[in-house]
Structure formats: structure tokens, C-alpha cells
Design a protein around this ligand. Structure first.
Ligand code: PXL
Length: 280
């Protein structure tokens, strides 16, 4: 069985970061180690929240795992809260990157043209540097724009999306997938570029005129789970697109839905049904 390590915060309530990565990656049949970078009462879209930084724990935890000779088939990072954390995660990559260890970075920091609370353009530039180490990065167009230091352009066309993807891989990441891309009315999905083969791939599904928190984390977790189960990059990204849509449909159908996250739990059987089963 594959084992991965995911490095991101844990928000006690809010359905994002570790509270979605752990169940989704486990549902894929992959052991999910967790390195919590901070504990928050909720994610930062709530009107108030506590924030306990755990940066000082990262090094002792990684040193001890290293001494125990514990390795990982992938390292997946999500929401990281400071430049110091980026530096420690960089060191974590160096310490744990084996020949076949996949590095997947979701550079969580912005959406709809604006940075989330607490993030700066300087942080975005440092995140871009970390992304140079990745086998796959999964930003949205806002995050990609901040990392490239270009203006966010919501009126994009296909040529522009391809240009951004190429620029992202020129930062050093082998592959880049842009999420939330819509080139036709009524459709939304992913556009992907693999610099190792100089090839593009895109996949779209139904656009729903709603926006829910945490779907980026769900998307990245579902992609990683599928990749670890031997699915191709293209198939993993497509499955994550379909799964995220299912999560949103279950949420819309629930008259008691929470305002802060999606009903991903109800869509897990759909996700599992599309993952190749292991041999016994
Ligand atoms: O979903 C991304 C995310 C993760 N973790 C925390 C957040 C956010 C987005 O706002 O606040 C703490």
C-alpha cells in the first residue's frame, strides 16, 4: 500500500485542508500521514477563529520520522501559513525525496483575483520558488497569476491559459494543472500541461453557478489519491473534476447544507467507484 505525507493546517470545523485530505486520500486506499502546520478553530473565512502556529514542530517531527527511516511515495502540501514554513517544507522535500517520491503542491493562497487573509505578494514569490521542486502543481488562475507576478486576467482565452501553464512550468515544476478554467458557457474544469512531454490536456464538466469553500483542497486530495492508485495524471485530474462536481451537487441538494464547506462525504462512494481496486 502506498503511503503519502500531507503538510497543511487542521481547521477543527470548516471542511478544508487536513479534514478533507485525510478522508479522501484514505478512501482512495492510500495511507495518509499528516504533518499539521497549525491548528485553527475554523478556516479563515469565518468571522473569528483561533490560530495556533505549529511551525516549531515541523523539524522535530521530520527528524524523528527520518531517524525511524519512514519514507513516502508522495508529499502533498496545501495551505502553508508563513515563509518560514515554506523553508521548512523545502527541507522536508530534500530529506524525504526518494527516487520515486512524487511532490504535489497546491499553492493555496488566493481566489477570484485576491489573496486570502494574511498572504502577501512576497509570500507568493516564495511559494513560486517552492513550486519549482514539484512534479505537479495545482493552482487556480489567481494563484498562478500571483506566483508569476502578472495581473489576474478573468477574461482569458485558451491561448492565454496555455501561456500561463507554460510560464508556470518554466518556474521549474514538471507539470501544472490550472483548476476552475471555463472556456465555454456552462462548462468548467481543468487545463493541464506536462513539460516532460510538451503536451496539453483539458477536461471540463458542468458549471454550477455556486461557489463553496474547500473545493480546491478536495480537488487536490482527490487527484493525489487517484495518482497513487496508478491512474495517469490526465485521468486523475478528470476524476477530481467529476468528484468535485458531485460534492457540489450533494451540497446543493441538501437543504440543511453548511455555509462553510461541501458535502464531500456523500460523494465518497462515487470517488471510490472510479478508483482501480487493489489486488488481494
Ligand atoms: O481551503 C483552503 C484553506 C485551508 N486552510 C485554511 C484556510 C483556507 C482558505 O481560506 O483559511 C486555514
Amino acid at each position: 500500500m502506498k503511503r503519502i505525507m500531507t503538510v497543511q493546517d487542521i481547521s477543527c470545523v470548516g471542511k478544508c485542508s487536513l479534514t478533507v485530505a485525510l478522508p479522501i486520500i484514505s478512501a482512495a486506499g492510500v495511507e495518509c500521514g499528516v504533518l499539521p502546520t497549525a491548528v485553527l478553530s475554523t478556516h479563515t473565512a469565518f468571522p473569528k477563529f483561533t490560530f495556533r502556529d505549529l511551525t516549531d514542530e515541523i523539524e522535530p517531527i521530520s527528524n524523528t520520522l527520518k531517524e525511524l527511516d519512514i519514507g513516502f511515495d508522495a508529499i502533498y502540501t496545501g495551505y502553508l501559513g508563513s515563509e518560514r514554513q515554506l523553508a521548512l517544507v523545502d527541507k522536508f522535500f530534500e530529506d524525504f525525496k526518494g527516487e520515486n517520491t512524487l511532490i504535489v503542491i497546491d499553492p493555496v493562497m488566493a481566489d477570484n483575483g485576491v489573496l486570502y487573509k494574511g498572504f502577501t505578494e512576497k509570500f507568493a514569490a516564495s511559494m513560486a520558488k517552492l513550486c519549482s521542486k514539484a512534479d505537479l502543481i495545482i493552482p487556480n488562475l489567481t494563484e498562478a497569476s500571483f506566483m508569476l507576478g502578472i495581473e489576474y486576467n478573468p477574461d482569458y482565452n485558451e491561448d492565454y491559459v496555455r501561456y500561463v501553464l507554460k510560464k508556470l512550468t518554466e518556474l521549474g515544476a514538471k507539470r501544472a494543472a490550472l483548476t476552475g478554467i471555463s472556456l465555454k458557457n456552462g462548462e468548467i474544469g481543468v487545463y493541464y500541461y506536462d513539460s516532460t512531454t510538451d503536451s496539453y490536456y483539458s477536461y471540463f464538466n458542468e458549471y454550477l453557478p455556486v461557489s463553496y469553500h474547500g473545493t480546491g483542497d478536495i480537488y487536490a486530495s482527490a487527484t493525489l489519491g487517484a495518482l497513487m492508485r496508478g491512474m495517469s495524471y490526465e485521468d486523475s485530474l478528470s476524476l477530481a473534476t467529476d468528484f468535485t462536481l458531485e460534492c457540489m451537487k450533494y451540497t446543493l441538494a441538501d437543504e440543511n447544507r453548511r455555509f462553510y464547506g461541501v458535502n464531500f462525504e456523500e460523494a465518497l462512494p462515487f470517488y471510490i467507484s472510479r478508483i482501480p481496486m487493489p489486488a488481494k
